[in-house]
Design a protein around this ligand. Structure first.
Ligand code: DAH
Length: 339
């Protein structure tokens, strides 16, 4: 028995010192100390040992096991250290390499244009107000003097949630909401998203943005409208900018006009940018129709006002000389980071 234990111990210690890696060491452990291992086999032979001999032999088995386990533990630590060392050697960080730069996002051209518009109008005492994108047909059409079956509804075909609720086609809807709740004087601009069932091309999108403007007070006339929008145009496109009004029709204003600015590229001579016209159309405007005032509870005999609506994308495209509106919606980083 004693010789057997001796032999096992010798074999085990030899194997352990030659093991070389952790897997191998584990194999050795199973082979010697495992359930079916060599040392366990020896223990099974205890029943053949004379009873008075058993404590002595038992002690010897325990000593052998301890010896082997200690050696194994030491070897394990050594091998683990080796693995760690190897890993550290392979994963050395070269602190002289250039750092991975975090990409910092920045403002979208639409946002830049909007901030510019807000800066200009708040500077003139206007307040920025927002309205809902999902709107009652009433505020989008009715209250703006566009009754049911009015042909103007055809030009602004939209997405109906039900008979009374639409995705708003224009930020003009905010006009009525504000007038219902506010006594003049009123000076607001209202930026926001609008929707129309248009197919996508270089100048159309089913969803785009407008900025509405509204000023209501006593004795407001077309000269106020003209002065305000002239200042706006000069601030936005430069001091030399000229403006021109062309008569137009909007159901909610009377008289109505479209406003052009002199081409800021060629100064009005005519170039590729203004398509040889010398002028660029930028907004619709007019004096608020008395019906609109009346419907929102404002006495048209006492108060007058003007309104205007600007396409935000149009301003962004002009300002940054972008020739395709689709670029604004594609989120292509290579495009966006130019502004
Ligand atoms: N809402 C008009 C549109 O979508 C733009 C507009 C024109 C707004 C004249 C106005 C205005 O407030 O007075 O085409």
């Amino acid at each position: 028995m004693k010789e057997k234990l001796q032999a096992i111990q010798e074999e085990a210690l030899k194997k352990i010192s030659e093991s070389g890696d952790l897997d191998k060491l584990y194999e050795i452990k199973v082979d010697i100390l495992g359930k079916k291992g060599k040392l366990t086999e020896v223990l099974k032979g205890m029943k053949d040992v004379a009873p008075e001999e058993r404590p002595k032999i038992g002690q010897m088995v325990n000593d052998t096991r301890k010896e082997i386990e200690d050696k194994m533990e030491k070897m394990k630590t050594k091998l683990q250290d080796k693995v760690l060392e190897e890993k550290m050697k392979n994963e050395v960080i070269d602190v002289t390499l250039p750092a991975n730069k975090n990409k910092i996002g920045h403002k979208h051209p639409n946002t830049l244009a909007l901030e510019e518009l807000e800066r200009i109008f708040t500077g003139m005492g206007y307040e920025v107000v927002e309205g809902p994108e999902i709107e009652f047909d009433y505020y989008n059409f009715e209250a703006l003097n566009i009754p049911e079956n009015h042909p103007a509804k055809d030009e602004q075909d939209t997405f109906y949630i039900d008979r009374n609720i639409v995705l708003r086609t224009q930020t003009s809807s905010v006009q009525a909401r504000v007038m219902e709740n506010t006594q003049p004087p009123i000076r607001i601009i209202s930026p926001g998203r609008v929707f129309r069932s248009d197919a996508v091309d270089a100048t159309h999108s089913p969803s785009f943005h407008q900025v509405e403007g509204l000023a209501i007070d006593k004795d407001i006339n077309f000269a106020d409208l003209k002065g305000t929008l002239a200042d706006f145009a000069k601030e936005l496109f430069g001091e030399d900018t000229q403006i021109k009004f062309r008569p137009h029709h909007f159901p909610f204003t009377e008289p109505s006009a479209e406003m052009d600015v002199s081409c800021f590229k060629c100064g009005g001579k005519g170039c590729r940018f203004c398509k040889g016209e010398g002028w660029i159309e930028i907004l619709g405007c007019g004096m608020v129709h008395p019906n609109v005032l009346k419907m929102s509870g404002i006495d048209p005999e006492k108060y007058q006002g003007f309104a205007f609506g600007v396409g935000l994308e149009r301003i962004a495209l002009l300002k940054y000389e972008i020739d395709d509106m689709r670029l604004l919606y594609e989120n292509d980083d290579r495009f966006l980071k130019q502004f």
